[in-house]
Design a protein around this ligand. Structure first.
Ligand SMILES: [Zn+2]
Ligand SMILES: [Zn+2]
Length: 453
């Protein structure tokens, strides 16, 4: 982890914040200490039901001596926390002998503010443990968990076969294997609590106590909150994720893309805090003691928002393309095991008019197209479906007839020529029906005029 040594002091604190949050400490945050240029990390742990406050001094230096430990000891004493407190000093370097002796003595004398020392070697072990990786000199979220890209109880083509099931004139069992591409999308689930009270001279005018979870697409571009359905897919299945195994995925899919997380946990945390501050800002109208009505904008401060957890996970975005003659049909969905959300369904879409709302879709075996009702016809000779795109047409009995090719048209021409007149008329049923009705009317009129009716 050589890159750790190149970080500036400021970034080092960000890294440590991520590390401690990953280790499961709660309310991990940075605070600037007065009378000291450094920024501490403060966080909490719950031991046997007691919440304990921890103040951490981060030192991105070669050696840390005894004065640093002493100074932290008095900082813990003045740290405003309702409960027991302890300290930690984390460094990328090492501690001097006197520094270690001082910390050991605090332990031996049962000092109320013991201090734990973490040196560079400890840090490497911890970072390995929590799976934090360094990439291009930046700490990056290294995510090892993914939602299942397919349901092992079925197989990866099952969603496509299911989509083809209601397409007429095609047998889903005889479909060619679709080309399958899996993109593992970087997602973070952030949970944060907003806790604030807003007071004026007339007392509390607004109170805020709300825990919010976001599901954020955490790619290279700006963080983007996912829509409700996709968010639910992610959170509902969060306890059923599997270890990411790229090689195993490559064996199942034709192409696998594991997308990197664009920002650090700290950046997502800051983004969440900003977003929630904005989200919770509200204008409250209240009446003062002088009976005058006031408007006050209540905006939570940075410390009113506590990010409780940042959980990275991959969400597979699977795109399967089925090639049928000259057409290819994409089918794309976010997936978590047996659950999925379709984002593109090219199987239920007419190739001629892009209609996706038709009540039936029919496959044209002659060219491979899938068609809405208006773009599918019946081949006159073979009586199977043919699309308007590939059919050739000719009018018989004033009605357009569809043929898959010239040969079928020619065969039908001959059949038509040989037909009896009433059979020819039946080639245009509505016309034939109206002809029958007019003939009956003529007969009726004749009967009436002849005095028989
Ligand atoms: Zn159509
Ligand atoms: Zn066709």
């Amino acid at each position: 982890m050589a890159v750790l040594d190149d970080l500036s002091g400021f970034e080092f604190e960000d890294v440590m914040e991520d590390v401690f949050r990953n280790l499961g400490y709660e309310n991990v945050r940075q605070a600037s200490r007065t009378a000291d240029e450094g920024r501490d990390i403060i966080m909490e742990e719950v031991v046997d039901g007691t919440r304990r406050g921890i103040v951490i001094e981060c030192k991105h230096t070669g050696t840390v001596g005894r004065p640093v430990i002493q100074k932290l000891h008095s900082a813990i004493a003045t740290f405003d926390f309702d409960g027991p407190k302890r300290g930690m000093v984390a460094t990328t370097g090492r501690f001097t002998g006197p520094a270690r002796e001082y910390a050991e003595r605090l332990d031996d004398t049962d000092d109320p503010y013991p201090i734990q020392l973490i040196d560079g070697r400890d840090l490497r072990e911890i970072a390995d443990e929590v799976g934090i990786d360094l990439y291009n000199g930046r700490i990056e979220i290294l995510c090892t968990q993914t939602h299942r890209p397919f349901d092992p109880a079925g197989d990866i083509d099952a969603p496509v076969r299911e989509a083809f099931r209601d397409v007429k004139n095609i047998d889903p069992a005889r479909l060619p294997e679709p080309h399958a591409q899996a993109s593992l999308e970087p997602i973070v689930v952030v949970t944060a609590r907003a806790d604030a009270t807003f007071e004026t001279s007339v007392g509390i005018i607004h109170r805020l106590d709300e825990t919010t979870s976001f599901v954020v697409h955490a790619g290279r571009t700006h963080p983007r909150v996912l829509d409700n359905d996709v968010s639910r897919l992610v959170t509902d299945n969060l306890r059923r994720t599997i270890e990411l195994d790229e090689r195993a995925l490559e064996a199942e899919f034709d192409a696998v893309d594991v997308n990197r997380f664009g920002q650090t946990e700290t950046e997502y945390k800051e983004w969440t805090v900003d977003r929630l501050r904005e989200y919770h800002t509200t204008t409250v109208t209240y009446t003062g003691d002088n009976n005058v009505t006031y408007n006050k904008t209540c905006e939570p401060t940075q410390s009113d928002i506590a990010v409780q957890s940042v959980t990275p996970v991959y969400l597979p975005d699977v795109r399967q393309t089925t090639r049928l003659q000259q057409y290819s049909y994409p089918y794309q969905y976010y997936v978590a095991g047996p659950s999925r959300i379709t984002t593109e369904d090219g199987i239920h879409r007419c190739v001629h008019c892009d209609d996706e709302s038709a009540s039936t879709f029919t496959y044209c075996d002659h060219c491979g197209s899938i068609n809405c009702e208006t773009h599918i016809q019946t081949e006159r000779l073979e009586k199977d479906p043919v699309c308007t795109g590939c059919a050739i047409t000719e009018r018989f009995a004033l009605k357009t007839k569809y043929f898959s090719d010239e040969e079928n048209l020619e065969t039908f021409r001959e059949e038509y020529e040989a037909m009896a007149p009433h059979r020819k008329a039946m080639e245009n049923k509505p016309l034939a029906a109206s002809a029958v009705i007019s003939a009956l009317l003529v007969v009726a009129m004749l009967l009436v005029s002849s005095g028989l009716l």
